[in-house]
Write a protein that binds this ligand. Structure first.
Ligand code: AMP
Ligand code: MG
Length: 405
């Protein structure tokens, strides 16, 4: 049986980046750049005042207070057609270009208007360069400001806008098909009859796939029959990634694996030493789509998504790093792991007094969606540890929920 690490390595080895597409800037947040972006302007494009105040020649105000003649006024958006002579200043607004001859700006609070504005008193001296962003100090025209592989965070969007990129080359977002299987499953609009439960996995996985940057689509619920599985797989295998839940535990596995074989799927593993989620199938169709057969148990399915599928999606989308965020946290209470597998326990993690703290939740099992919904992370108990003690430093895998919750 593969360890979690081996399964992840295998899964990533079988994953390739998706092709590049060009999309409008506003749609590109959350994607990964597939091109080096160069700037078509110098940044800033002129020596720019960072304050409202007076542009001066620093040598004129070395001894303050100094009285200077006001040669003009420069609002943002204008360009000065004069230069500063000795003992002259120019009134200047934030974001406006310095006139030739000026090398510093004194903020308005440290000045006093004289002679109805025709002169000014600079009350404190300013060194050269003070309150000025020099020409080209951030980047020069033609320079790469964002390398290929950059994650498009809001700050990156701002820079793309600043260099005039209205269309951006990014890696395509994976189309993710989501298929539930199980004769006991009913739609969420139905009141389950005896022996039935509502299909919840499809909705959890839809939200996760979308959160991970994919384009999910629900493919309904398959009955536990070869004929129905066959029919829905025909659709499902057209996706970049197919997530099926249920039907991979001991009783059902043969059925799913038989149908996979009919479609010529290459299976890379069908169980991993992970709790929750021992039965996990990963395969690839002859057309290239990846398939995960996730356990039906809701907590198992969602956890295996975080541990294996999210990194796979990150690789598809061109992220330079695939791993989830891990931190060391102080355990608040004892934890017991009798599974003989690497245990991913739903937990609450928080930051307090210069350290992360983690509290594993008292789950009633891998179907306990009530407890799981309170978690924001997983405490990871290594395979060889049967017990963890309070105050121990343990590894925690953060979910995106940690940052938004
Ligand atoms: P299975 O892996 O098909 O043996 O299912 C394991 C457990 O998960 C059973 O209790 C199923 O009823 C439950 N289960 C399977 N699929 C779903 C689903 N889509 N939503 C909620 N629970 C499910
Ligand atoms: Mg089932």
């Amino acid at each position: 049986m593969l360890s979690v690490r081996q399964a992840l390595e295998t899964a990533l080895r079988q994953t390739t980046r998706l092709p590049v597409e060009s999309i409008p800037l506003l749609e590109s947040a959350g994607r990964v750049l597939a091109e080096d972006v160069i700037t078509d302007v110098d940044m800033p494009p002129f020596p720019r005042s960072t304050m409202d105040g007076y542009a001066v020649r620093s040598e004129d105000v070395r001894h303050a207070p100094a009285r200077l003649q006001v040669a003009g006024m420069i609002p943002a958006g204008s360009y000065p057609n004069f230069s500063l002579q000795t003992l002259q200043a120019a009134k200047i607004m934030t974001g406006a270009p310095l006139p030739l001859g000026a090398d510093a700006v004194q903020m308005v609070e440290k000045t006093r208007v004289l002679d109805d504005g025709s002169a000014v008193a600079i009350l404190e001296s300013v060194p050269a360069g003070h309150n000025v962003s020099p020409f080209g100090s951030e980047a020069h025209q033609g320079e790469v400001v964002l390398p290929m592989g950059t994650f498009i965070a809001p700050g990156v969007i701002g820079l793309l806008a600043a260099v005039g990129k209205s269309q951006v080359a990014v890696y395509r977002a994976p189309a993710v098909g989501i298929l539930a299987t199980g004769d006991e499953l009913v739609d969420l609009t139905a009141k389950p009859a005896l022996g039935q439960i509502r299909n919840s996995n499809s909705f959890t996985l839809y939200a996760q796939a979308r959160q991970a940057g994919g384009k999910p689509q629900l493919l309904g619920v398959a009955k536990d029959t070869k004929a129905d599985l066959r029919q829905r797989l025909t659709t499902g295998l057209q996706f970049d990634l197919l997530l099926a839940t249920g039907g991979v535990s001991m009783g059902d596995l043969d059925l799913v694996e038989e149908v996979f074989a009919e479609f010529g799927l290459e299976v890379f593993f069908d169980k991993i030493a992970m709790k929750p989620g021992k039965p996990v199938v990963m395969a690839r169709s002859p057309r290239g789509g990846l398939v995960f057969g996730l356990p039906g148990n809701p907590i198992s399915a969602t956890t295996v998504f975080e541990v294996l599928v999210r990194p796979v999606m990150r690789k598809m989308m061109g992220f330079p790093v695939y791993q989830n965020q891990m931190v060391l946290a102080t355990l608040t209470e004892p934890f017991v792991n009798r599974s003989g597998r690497e245990n991913y326990a739903p937990s609450v993690t928080w930051y307090e007094e210069r350290r992360f703290m983690v509290r594993p939740l008292k789950s009633k099992g891998s179907g306990d969606v009530v407890t799981y919904a309170k978690s924001n992370s997983y405490l990871i108990c290594p395979i060889e540890r049967t017990e963890l003690s309070p105050e121990e430093n343990v590894v925690v895998m953060l979910r995106p929920d940690f940052f938004y919750g």
